[in-house]
Design a protein around this ligand. Structure first.
Ligand SMILES: [Zn+2]
Ligand SMILES: [Zn+2]
Length: 95
């Protein structure tokens, strides 16, 4: 029987092996207990309040702010649309 090395999964946060005693699972990835925290507010998470997004971990609050449908607070997405850019071109008697 050939020797088969034990493959420990790598923590997406720090890139080191994760052992069963310290693993946390989210989004099909394994994280260290100490790496299992929000990428924005650094709050330590557990399986009930975490949200994994493309290999990054967020608390529910930060995830909703960053990727939620409203997107308020982080200036992304719809917030970039501005309706007042035409006013100075038309001239409202400012010159
Ligand atoms: Zn780690
Ligand atoms: Zn957070």
């Amino acid at each position: 029987m050939p020797f088969k090395p034990v493959e420990h999964p790598k923590c997406p946060k720090c890139g080191k092996s994760v052992y069963a005693a310290e693993e946390r699972v989210a989004g099909g990835l394994k994280w260290h207990k100490m790496c299992f925290k929000c990428g924005l507010c650094s709050k330590l998470l557990d399986s009930t309040n975490c949200s994994e997004h493309e290999g990054e971990l967020f608390c529910k609050v930060c995830h909703a702010r960053k990727y939620g449908p409203k997107g308020y607070g982080f200036g992304g997405g719809a917030g970039c649309l501005s309706m007042d850019t035409g006013s100075h071109l038309g001239g409202e008697g400012a010159n």
